[in-house]
Ligand binder design. Sequence first.
Ligand code: PBG
Length: 332
Amino acid sequence: MKNFPQSFPNTRMRRLRQTPWVRSLVAENTLTPADLVWAVFIHDGEGRVPVGSLPGIDRLSVEEAAKTAKRAESLGIPAIALFPYIGPEGKDEEGTGALDPDGLVPRALRAMKDAAPGVGLITDVALDAYTSHGHDGLLDPDGTIPNDATVERLVKQALAHAQAGADVVAPSDMMDGRIGAIREAFDEEGFTNMMILSYAAKYASGFYGPYRDAIGSAQALSGDKKTYQQDPANSDEALREVALDLAEGADMVMVKPGLPYLDIVQRVSSTFGVPTLAYQVSGEYAQIMAAAQNGWIDGDRVIMESLMCFKRAGASGIITYFAEKAAEVLNG
Ligand code: PBG
């Protein structure tokens, strides 16, 4: 019998690329609106206010946020992640506003749940929007961020979100032990079904710049977040973070930023086999939009490609400011 070697010219890889139907048949990954979490900024004022560093993105009033929840529902986007803009008058040293059961986030949660009960609502647990110094935790006079005292406040913030109807709390603060503390408090208060999405592997990144504008913490931030967020040089450390957060009761984990950290997404999802979300952060959005606005790249094409890359790396979902746009494209 003749030998058929698995090499050219018997094997021609281009055969399976020659038409759209066969490319779609052999595609290894798919992207649908169900993979997306829509990242949304809210504010306490009226209507929509554009965010300068994020072209196409507005801060939304509570009323607009409720409309957005309906829009997500009609586009097939399963969930929305909320991020509050708090003006200087709402900030103090201890981020007290974060604990207010009638604060902006709880009010938005109620309005959105009313408008679209079937859309998942995810909240950010961290103090940075509410602190006058812009850190995710408390700030001691010597410039350190005290871990355990911060965790006590985060627990209260998470409870306020649960009471207002959040489906998932997503602690983004990177304090040690906060997942376990929040899980324990939820169980004590009867919120046994509350989901926790841990920002387990969150890096100290320059890609968060536009976000800090959007939530009004950019001018406020003194120093950087390197004593609690991870060093971009590290990868094994991310696996330790994820293991700890899962042991403490996280249901899903997140890697952040996204595209520059796809190796971490890949390692986390293949090592743990747990739902792993990736966050395409503000700086990633801004880069794509700036180049697209200059006509240097085809914006829509790059948006869709970047989202597919997250899926290929093993992400179960992607938090993105492009969610509405991408869902529109996907829905044709
Ligand atoms: C902090 C938080 C940040 C982001 C989400 N939650 C910023 C930070 O850690 O400084 C960044 C998101 C983005 O850049 O899109 N609570």
